[in-house]
Design a protein around this ligand. Sequence first.
Ligand SMILES: Cc1cc2nc3c(=O)[nH]c(=O)nc-3n(C[C@H](O)[C@H](O)[C@H](O)COP(=O)(O)OP(=O)(O)OC[C@H]3O[C@@H](n4cnc5c(N)ncnc54)[C@H](O)[C@@H]3O)c2cc1C
Length: 471
Amino acid sequence: MDARPRPDDSAAPAPADGSAAARFIRPADRPLAVMLRAGFWLTVGFGGIALPFAVLLTGSARPPPVGLLWDFAMGCGFAALAIAAMQFALTGRIKALTGPFGADIVYVFHRYLSWGVLGLMLLHFAVLYIWYQPALGELNPLTARWELTMGRVALVCFGLLIVTSELRKWLRLDYHWWRILHLALAVTGFVAAISHVLGVGNYSSMENALALWLGVTLVWLGFLIWSRLLRPVVQTRNPWRITANEVERGGVRTLTLRPEGRALQDWKPGQFAWLSVGHSPWAMRENPFTISTAPDHGPEISFSIKPLGDDSARLAKTTPGSLAYVDGPFGTFSVDRELDAAGFVMIAGGVGITPVMSNLHALRSRRDPRPVILIYANPELNDASFREELDSIARDIDLTVIHVPEEPPEDWQGESGRVDKALLTRNLPGVTRDWPHMLCGPPPMIAAASAALRDLGVPARRISFEIFELV
Ligand SMILES: Cc1cc2nc3c(=O)[nH]c(=O)nc-3n(C[C@H](O)[C@H](O)[C@H](O)COP(=O)(O)OP(=O)(O)OC[C@H]3O[C@@H](n4cnc5c(N)ncnc54)[C@H](O)[C@@H]3O)c2cc1C
């Protein structure tokens, strides 16, 4: 548990001027480039929803008009299907797509869009039920028209998707089984919905509309094949080997991995990856962990894992020599996204220190001259993982570490208790208000600390957080 000479940050040459940050920021991470990419993806997204309407409105041989409410119901159905297809791209871990926003934001977006899909489907059904009931035919699946039954199957699947996701913990659904169920319901729901649209044939029998829905299905199939078949193949060809498993304070274990194929490409400090040990990449048995080292250290990477449940406990016990699979990097919790920052405030709670460590290693190896204030909360001082390593980093860069043990030792002179407004006021001088504030820790701590920072006048755009839960 001492300051091991793990990644040798101090080996890097010190830059001659204060431009340390700029030298390491990739052009793709510069603010304008990020905004342009975000704008591009939003345009693609909204364009994808608008596409069915454009095709239907401009198409020839449109069916005779039935009524405004009928067209509205059809529109709701088409929009629901377009968004449902898009959902597979949002959860497909496509780096180009998640990059500008951050994987957590994309998952939150996916979650709320799901409500949108269900709402549009219910609206589609409700309008037809109220005003065009004969069109719905029989309810009994044994005697009903198959394409109408497909529509109902889709509605039930999307409803179950939302219920099982929102109430997963309450239903005590194991995360692994929930993921399998989620995929099965999503695939069945989408196939049922597209069969319904094609089978019913309203508008979709038009030549260009048929091409549209077949195109949507192909794109959807492409995402599915990539994420469930091709990516595991790529991972199988690029395995990793665990080379060390070290004990840290606070019950955390650090696994070090060496690439046996292609190393991680283009990763930034503070990013995370999905890690799988002891299962094939097809098993959907992988968990997200921050890479606690920095890219500046070469191809080896480390994950620091706190055993909190079945998978993390199993991973923490991994023996050196085991084979692992890594899918990443993802995430935006990085000093590399903060080129213009004059300094950094970092607030970590417990194992939330991992992305902070990665960022600090990067700043140290680059001899970045910008000041960093780290507020680090733990139940007890002895639980503070990487305590000695932080002391060592503080000798090389302008880092101030403020430990906040909830239960301090008797002779403790420093801060203690909770990270609240009073503590932040005492430790953050006014000059830090416009610095990026990077928070990672238990959700209640993040909520309380960010509310206190807002009270102190820190602009919302200067507060970012990493949440260790994606759904
Ligand atoms: C971006 C990110 C970075 C993380 N970095 C670290 C880190 O550096 N160190 C660390 O110790 N922990 C980290 N975590 C948390 C870690 O992923 C969970 O503690 C671990 O997956 C829990 O799995 P479990 O089976 O041990 O526990 P369980 O009791 O099964 O799960 C506890 C909760 O963790 C979440 N979870 C479980 N499995 C997954 C999964 N495969 N994908 C997403 N969420 C899941 C679920 O919300 C679940 O309810 C990170 C999480 C995220 C999202």
